[in-house]
Design a protein around this ligand. Structure first.
Ligand code: F6R
Length: 611
C-alpha cells in the first residue's frame, strides 16, 4: 500500500516521477505528491485524490519544473489520517530542509511525536510519517549527512516501511531504506531510480537491484551505493526484468481490467510454457523439492489468491489424493498452526508482498514446513522467504481487481497437482497425461470463451439495474468460482454479493432471494450438475432472476435462466478458467454501467502491506 519513487539524474525528474507514480497507482490513490530539489530549496506539490489531479496541477505550472533533476514522489493509501492535502506525502521536516515519502506504518509514532512536540516541533499532518521527517531534519541540522541521519532515525522506528528522502543540503541525492516494505533500485545511464516495484520503472530501465531488509541506499546521477543497517557498504548483483513497457500501458483498451481479462489466454500460455509437454507430462523440477516426501498440503493466501487456493485443493485432492487445507493467511498467522517437515505450505500472492501472507509463511517456517511461494512478482518479498518458488507468468497486473493473475495461479496449482500425483503414483500415468494434455488447452479454451460470450455479458447488466444484492451459487469446483465471481462484483461495483455453495442455500441465504436479488449460477458439469439446477430452480420459484454460466447449448440451464452466459465444452480441469471469464466480465460491465472506476475501486489498494 502506497507507492514511492525517487529519481536522480537528468532534467526529466518530474516526468519520470509522474510516470512512475502512474504505474504505482494500484497501490493507493487517496492523494499524490512530489518533493523536488530546485534552486536551493525543496518544493512540495500535492493533490488529494487520484494522480490525474496532480497531473492537472503540474500542467498549470507551464514547464517551470523542467530543470528539476532530483526528487521523490508518493501515491497514498491512507492509514494514519484521512485523505487530505495536509496528510498527503511528501512530508517536510526542519522548515522544509528535508522531505520524506513513506510506504508502511511507524508503530511507535505517537511516542516519537510526543517527544518531538516536547522539543517544540509542530506538526502539520496526522500521519505517522511526519515524525520521520522531523527526526531526520533534526539530525541534518545538527550536521549529519542525510544518509547517517536516516540510519540514526531508523534505529528508533518500530514497524515496517520503505522510505525515501531528499535534503536541501545534498543536491542531486536521494537516500532510501527499507524494512519489510519493498524497494527496488533501477539502474540508468546518467540517472538512477528508486521505486516500490519494478513496474514503476518499465520503459526507463530493465536493470534492477533489490534492496534487502534493513539496507540503506544512496543514489545520484552516476552512482548507486548500498549499505547495511550499520553503515557497511555492500555489493549487490543487478538482475534483468523481461517485462516491457507496453505491458503496463492500456494498449487501446479503456481500462486495465478489460485489457487484463483479454490477456488471460497469453497469461495462461506463458505460465504453462516449458512446464508441460505436448504429451501432457508435467515437469516442475524447477521447484527443487522432493514432492514424494509430502504427506499434507496447506495453502495460505488472501482474497482472490485464496479462491485460487480452493480450486487448487480440488485439483490436488482429486489427482494426488493428498489432504489439503486452505486457510486465509490473516487467520493462519495467529492460529498456532500444526505441521512438520512433510507439510508443504503453498503461499499464493500475486504481488508477493501481502503482509498477512508473508506472516503466514513465517508461521509455517516455525514448525519446519517446506514453503512453496506461487507469485507473479520475481524478486518479491515472498520469493525470499520461501524454500521454493513457482512464478505465475501473467505479466504485470495493474487493475486492483485480480483477473489474469488468478487464472495463472490456478494453472500453477493444477500443474502442482499433476506433479504431486505423478510423484505419488496414485493415478495411472496414462490418465495423468490425458489430464495434462487437457490443461495445455487452457489458453485456447479461454480465447474461445471470450469469443463465444461476445456481447452477451452486456445484456446481463440489465438484471442488476435495480438489484440491492446478489447471490453467486455453485457446487464442487464451481463453488470457489462463484466465490471469486462474487468478490469481483462487490469490489468493483459495490453491490453486496455473496458466494455460496448452492446446496447450502436452504440453510439460510435463500431468505435474501426476491426480485431485487439476482442469482448468478455456475452450473458446472458432472455429478453435481443436476443438483445445482434444482437448487437454482428453488430461487427462481422465489422470484430471482437467474444468470447461468453453463456449457453452450445446455438445455437445463436455458430452461431456468433469464440469460445464459455460454462457455465452451472443455475438459474438467479447465472449468475454473472458462467459468471465471464470464463472471469477470459481468463484474466489469455492471461496474461500468454504474459509472465506476473499475481499475481503482474505492477504499482498496492492490498490494496490502498492512495487517
Ligand atoms: C481481489 C484482489 C485481492 C487480492 C489479495 C491478495 O481482486 O485482487 O483480493 O487477491 O489482496 O493479494 P496478493 O495476491 O498480491 O497477495
Amino acid at each position: 500500500m502506497c507507492g514511492i519513487v525517487g529519481y536522480a539524474g537528468k532534467e526529466r525528474c518530474v516526468e519520470v516521477l509522474m510516470k512512475g507514480l502512474g504505474h504505482l497507482e494500484y497501490r493507493g490513490y487517496d492523494s499524490a505528491g512530489l518533493a523536488l530539489q530546485r534552486d536551493g530549496r525543496i518544493e512540495r506539490i500535492t493533490e488529494v485524490g487520484q494522480l490525474e489531479n496532480l497531473t492537472r496541477t503540474l500542467a498549470g505550472r507551464n514547464g517551470d519544473l523542467s530543470l528539476v533533476r532530483t526528487g521523490v514522489g508518493h501515491t497514498r493509501w491512507a492509514t494514519h489520517g484521512r485523505p487530505s492535502e495536509e496528510n498527503a506525502h511528501p512530508h517536510l521536516g526542519g522548515d522544509g530542509r528535508v522531505a520524506v515519502v513513506h510506504n508502511g506504518i511507524i508503530e511507535n509514532f505517537s511516542e516519537l511525536k510526543e517527544e518531538l512536540e516536547g522539543r517544540g516541533v509542530s506538526f502539520r499532518s496526522e500521519t505517522d510519517t511526519e515524525v520521520m521527517a522531523h527526526l531526520i531534519a533534526e539530525r541534518v541540522e545538527a550536521g549529519e549527512s542525510l544518509r547517517l541521519a536516516l540510519v540514526g532515525v531508523l534505529q528508533r522506528l518500530e514497524g515496517s516501511f520503505a522510505v525515501a528522502a531528499v535534503s536541501v543540503d545534498e543536491p542531486g541525492k536521494v537516500v532510501a531504506a527499507r524494512r519489510q516494505s519493498p524497494l527496488v533500485i533501477g539502474l540508468g545511464e546518467g540517472e538512477n531510480f528508486l521505486a516500490s516495484a519494478v513496474q514503476a520503472l518499465l520503459g526507463e530501465t530493465n536493470e534492477f537491484i533489490l534492496v534487502e531488509n534493513g539496507e540503506i541506499v544512496e543514489i545520484a546521477d552516476s552512482s548507486v551505493e548500498v549499505f547495511t543497517s550499520s553503515g557497511e557498504p555492500v555489493e549487490r548483483e543487478s538482475f534483468e526484468v523481461e517485462w516491457d513497457a507496453e505491458a503496463v500501458e492500456l494498449g487501446g483498451y479503456d481500462d486495465y481490467m478489460l485489457k487484463e481479462i483479454h490477456e488471460q489466454p497469453a497469461a495462461l500460455g506463458s505460465t504453462l510454457l516449458g512446464r508441460i509437454d505436448t504429451g501432457g507430462v508435467v515437469d516442475l523440477s524447477e521447484v527443487g523439492l522432493d514432492l514424494s516426501e509430502i504427506d499434507r498440503v496447506v495453502v495460505v493466501a488472501c482474497g482472490t489468491a485464496y479462491h485460487a487456493g480452493l480450486l487448487g485443493k480440488h485439483a490436488i485432492e482429486k489427482l494426488a489424493r493428498l489432504p489439503v487445507e486452505v486457510v486465509i493467511a490473516s487467520e493462519y498467522r495467529y492460529a498456532d498452526p500444526i505441521g512438520d517437515s512433510r507439510t508443504l505450505v503453498v503461499a499464493i500472492s500475486q504481488s508477493g508482498e501481502t503482509t498477512d501472507t508473508l506472516a503466514a509463511v513465517q508461521a509455517a517456517r516455525s514448525f519446519g514446513a517446506r514453503v512453496l511461494a506461487v507469485t507473479n512478482t520475481k524478486g518479491s518479498l515472498i520469493t525470499r522467504e520461501a524454500d521454493a518458488v513457482l512464478l505465475t507468468r501473467a505479466g504485470p497486473e495493474i487493475c486492483v481487481a485480480s483477473t489474469k493473475a488468478f487464472v495463472a495461479q490456478v494453472a500453477v496449482l493444477e500443474l502442482l497437482a499433476l506433479a504431486l500425483a505423478g510423484s505419488r503414483g496414485v493415478i495411472p500415468d496414462r490418465e495423468l497425461r490425458e489430464i495434462g494434455r487437457g490443461l495445455r488447452l487452457a489458453p485456447e479454451k479461454v480465447e474461445e470463451t471470450l469469443e463465444l460470450l461476445g456481447n452477451r455479458v452486456e445484456e446481463a447488466v440489465e438484471v442488476f439495474e435495480d438489484a440491492r444484492c446478489s447471490l453467486f451459487l455453485g457446487r464442487g469446483i464451481s463453488y470457489p468460482v462463484a466465490l471469486e465471481g462474487a468478490l469481483k462484483l462487490k469490489e468493483i461495483s459495490y453491490l453486496p454479493s455473496e458466494g455460496y455453495p448452492a446446496g447450502e442455500m436452504k440453510h439460510g441465504p435463500i431468505a435474501l432471494v426476491d426480485e431485487h436479488c439476482p442469482v448468478v449460477a455456475v452450473i458446472g458439469e458432472g455429478l453435481v450438475r443436476e443438483k445445482t439446477l434444482s437448487n437454482v430452480e428453488e430461487t427462481v420459484a422465489r422470484g430471482a432472476s437467474v444468470i447461468a454460466v453453463a456449457r453452450d447449448g445446455d438445455k437445463g440451464a436455458e430452461r431456468i435462466a433469464r440469460l445464459v452466459l455460454p462457455v465452451p465444452e472443455a475438459p474438467e480441469i479447465l472449468a475454473p478458467f472458462v467459468c471465471s471469464v464470464p463472471l469477470q466480465l459481468l463484474a466489469y460491465h455492471v461496474a461500468k454501467d454504474r459509472g465506476l472506476d473499475v481499475d481503482k475501486p474505492r477504499n482498496l489498494a492492490k498490494s496490502v502491506t498492512v495487517e
